[in-house]
Design a binder for this molecule. Structure first.
Ligand SMILES: Cc1ncc(COP(=O)(O)O)c(C=O)c1O
Length: 412
């Protein structure tokens, strides 16, 4: 069975709106479009119960119920427990707070491993801890292939290592890093593992119970929802954190690692993401009593195959040109590589290419995408960066063909 892309697209009002309908939208790794199920919930919250939730009025109770539905929905989606989840304003902020919450475990001379492949969100907040005498070790990408080599990690890990921070999938290189092996190596010396799933979550539904990582984070505005970040921690790992919110909220799982407090309407809308996945499941597989995690996993089997097809279409074009350097693997297969394709053209600045694509009503990005250390380590001009085309479930073969045609006319 194949993903019915027409049905997928019909769930997103952006594909019908006058301003957006003619655009091929490939900047999904920067933030995806949002289905009607999410928009409706957001609108309903603002129109019908934009009041302080969890109070006595019917309006307030309804607002609280909508937020509760979303916490449950996100927890079920990840196969997690609700008290293992924090929904904060962004992954960057969630990681910052997490770093502060683990600081008390660290003493002078202890070590943290960060990569130079990650987005800065999972680097900078850990590097700041060096102000307290913590030593930061950098796990570096290979200069030729941009990949992280487990042998290099082996040389960095030792009994002083307390935390290993690594992306599941870089927002530029897009290889799915071997988090199982990384976690085994870290746990052998008792270190915690912090996995950034922001570029992974749009493509794969994880089962956090079956993983061994200690913390996992992703951003809902890149996975068809409102602008929020989800931080999951295993129950054991969460016990090691110090609350960063008000002292009287120390025991409240939704608040202790979210000093900004929950953003009511944005959270209330998140159950619209699982409603959307549920609709996709019903359309492709019919009615069923299985839970939303299993439904989403089945739907994403179709999504992954669809995305790999799209990615290979573009990768095949790019790798047949001798003026293009593709970051990461030049072939996509489910489970190995996300359909986020970053490339650099020898004869033309990335910024220029993205600008020219926009003239063809093709939205792609150019720059370092806050993976500046990665761009620099690969010897690219950090001011110019790479062109990034990120494909998700609603993109089509026709859109990719349009992109290839446009690239053919733009590239020298
Ligand atoms: C891989 C990766 N990690 C982390 C982040 C930061 O997420 P947020 O914007 O929610 O802070 C991004 C954002 O682009 C990202 O691509």
């Amino acid at each position: 069975m194949e993903l019915d892309v027409n049905y997928v697209r019909a769930q997103f009002p952006a594909f019908e709106a006058e301003e957006t309908k003619d655009w091929a939208f490939f900047e999904n790794a920067g933030g995806s479009y949002v289905p009607a199920t999410v928009i409706d919930r957001l609108q309903q919250f603002f129109v019908e119960h934009k009041v302080q939730p969890y109070s006595f009025s019917g309006l307030s109770k309804k607002a609280g119920e909508e937020m509760d539905e979303s916490y449950v929905a996100i927890a079920e989606l990840l196969n997690a427990r609700e008290d293992q989840i924090t929904i904060g304003p962004s992954t960057t902020l969630n990681f910052y707070v997490l770093a502060q919450s683990l600081r008390h475990l660290l003493k002078v001379g202890d070590e943290i491993i960060v990569t130079n492949q990650d987005h800065e969100a999972n680097i900078g907040c850990w590097r700041r801890l060096s102000e307290h005498g913590i030593i930061i070790r950098e796990w570096r990408v290979g200069k030729a292939d941009a990949e992280l080599d487990l042998n290099d990690l082996e040389t960095l890990i030792n009994e002083k290592t307390k935390i290993v921070c690594c992306t599941l999938c870089s927002n530029l290189v897009a290889t799915f890093n071997d988090m199982k092996s990384i976690t085994e190596m870290a746990h052998r010396v008792g270190a915690l593992v912090v996995a950034d799933g922001v570029s992974y979550a749009p493509h794969v539904i994880p089962d956090v119970q079956s993983w061994d990582v200690d913390f996992y984070a992703y951003s809902t505005y890149k996975t068809f929802g409102t602008h929020q970040g989800v931080l999951w921690g295993s129950s054991d790992a969460l016990k090691k954190t110090e609350g960063q919110g008000h002292y009287f909220n120390e025991e409240k799982s939704r608040y202790r690692l979210n000093p900004s407090g929950p953003q009511h309407a944005q959270i209330g809308a998140l159950a619209g993401i699982t409603q959307y996945f549920d609709n996709l499941y019903r359309h492709h597989f019919g009615d069923s009593d299985i839970g939303i995690h299993q439904k989403a996993v089945k739907v994403f089997d179709l999504v992954e195959a669809h995305e790999a097809n799209l990615a290979n279409h573009l990768l095949d074009y790019l790798k047949n040109r001798n003026d293009i350097r593709i970051l990461g693997q030049d072939h996509a297969s489910p489970g190995k590589r996300a359909s986020t394709i970053a490339f650099h053209a020898r004869g033309m600045p990335s910024q220029h290419i993205a600008q020219k694509l926009a003239e063809h009503q093709i939205a792609a990005g150019a720059g370092d995408f806050y993976a500046l250390r990665c761009v620099e380590s690969l010897g690219m001009d950090p001011e110019d960066g790479v062109v990034r085309v990120s494909l998700v479930q609603y993109n089509t073969t026709d859109e990719v063909k349009k992109l290839i045609q446009a690239l053919d006319s733009i590239l020298p």
